[in-house]
Design a binder for this molecule. Structure first.
Ligand code: RBF
Ligand code: MG
Length: 401
């Protein structure tokens, strides 16, 4: 948790939209890759880093430069091809885990909230069109088409602070993209970074005592603790084995065939995780931020639903390159069910992934996670999901959780 720096109390939270509040980056990557295929290119990590966070035309210009497409396409050309496709998709934009909870909580507590986005106003409205009442939670909104210079210039953040009637030093910004972090820093705000790029070396190193710039880096907004900034703490946590867990509402629903994992689970750890094929659910997995989650599982053709605890991410203890989802079914995993469809209803968040000093320490923590899940899932707020049709539709008999 960030330690509050000396002087300025936090009077407002200023949020970026794309990749911070809403999962639009996955839509952009999908559409851009289809378009770039015509030129024999893909939206590489470097291109994403150059483009993310910027206004659409400036983002395309940056991508062109990174991919060396200057001779074959202009930013305007690429924008006119991608934008109509994206316009159809914006209304499907979903909140990233923890985002809706954060803004609802702070708004209800009377903390001023603002948006500082590179998106044009009309596009922002499309992106939030199915999320009724959300625009009304913000005291100030500044869009990319309302400032002279887009991110990484400070204009968007300076303008939003002015609209709030606050000094930038009284605001904390939340950003996912390097260009956005740069913009908020240049405006004189402290920044909480929730990286949307895998490679965190492109982000500044957090300094909890900094007066401007990155004060902490979080795997997702599910880890944000408002009390670290003198703001009211969440009061929706659900306890299990003495630990707080965060409800995910709506829950995340994942399904796919069970595949063989790294084989470490049973051999080294004494647990049998049922691995999901990351490719068969890549879109959803990208959106399921990393961390340790709890929920319910159902296996095609099997009886009942099962308590489940799951690790999503890169297993920092082992340093995997591929993102995996490894659910551990806490009951009923006796038969071999490779190839069968597994359905997971993920309704709670336990903690961030971590590296441990020893295998023993990792194992101890995983068994603690299981205890937390077992107990928390008995709470009515979590237990209600055990009878969800998403799960019971594939089981052979009535749920018996
Ligand atoms: N791997 C890590 O590297 N760090 C973790 O914090 C971590 N937590 C886990 C929690 C649970 C509940 C489970 C089921 C797995 C977790 N793992 C973690 C993944 C573990 O390393 C993996 O399941 C085995 O390596 C088998 O691939
Ligand atoms: Mg962003």
């Amino acid at each position: 948790m960030a330690q509050l720096a000396c002087c300025q109390p936090v009077r407002a939270l200023v949020l970026d939209v794309d990749g911070t509040l809403l999962d639009t980056e996955s839509l952009v990557v999908e559409v851009s890759n289809k378009l770039l295929a015509k030129y024999g290119k893909t939206l590489t990590m470097e291109a994403q880093r150059a483009g993310f966070g910027k206004r659409p035309l400036e983002a395309w210009q940056a991508v062109i430069e990174v991919l060396g497409l200057e001779a074959v396409a202009s930013a305007q050309e690429l924008y006119s091809q991608s934008e109509p496709v994206l316009q159809q998709m914006w209304c499907d934009s979903r909140f990233l885990p923890g985002a809706r909870r954060l803004i609802s909580h702070l708004a209800a507590a009377g903390v001023p909230l603002a948006l500082a986005t590179s998106t044009p106003r009309a596009t922002l409205e499309k992106k939030l069109s199915r999320h009724e009442g959300v625009l009304g939670l913000f005291q100030a909104i500044v869009c990319g088409d309302e400032v002279q210079n887009g991110k990484p210039a400070p204009d968007t953040f300076l303008s939003v602070a002015a609209k709030l009637g606050l000094q930038p030093s009284e605001c904390v910004a939340v950003e996912d993209a390097p260009s956005g972090v740069q913009a908020a820093t240049a405006a004189g705000m402290r920044v909480v970074v929730v990286p949307s790029l895998l490679d965190t070396k492109h982000y500044p190193v957090p300094d909890g005592t900094a007066v401007t710039g990155c004060v902490e880096t979080l795997p997702s907004l599910l880890e944000f603790r408002p009390e670290g900034y003198g703001l009211p703490a969440f009061c929706d946590c659900i306890q299990g084995a003495g630990e707080d867990t965060v409800p995910l509402d709506p829950p995340l629903m994942l399904s796919g065939p069970v595949v063989k994992g790294f084989g470490r689970g049973s051999k080294e750890l004494g647990i049998r995780t049922a691995n999901l094929d990351a490719n068969s659910l890549s879109g959803r997995l990208a959106e399921a931020v990393t961390g340790i989650f709890l929920g319910w599982a159902a296996v095609e053709g099997q009886q009942g639903v099962h308590k489940m605890v799951m690790s999503v991410g890169y297993n920092p203890h082992y340093g995997n390159k591929e993102k995996t989802a490894e659910p551990w079914l806490l009951t009923g995993f006796e038969q071999d069910f490779y190839g069968k469809e597994l359905r997971l209803l993920v309704c709670g968040y336990i903690r961030a992934e971590a590296a441990f000093v020893s295998l023993e320490a990792l194992k101890t923590r995983i068994f603690k996670d299981a205890d937390v899940a077992r107990e928390a899932l008995d709470d009515p707020a979590f237990h209600k999901w055990a009878v969800d049709p998403f799960l019971t539709a594939v089981t052979s008999a009535q749920a018996s959780a």
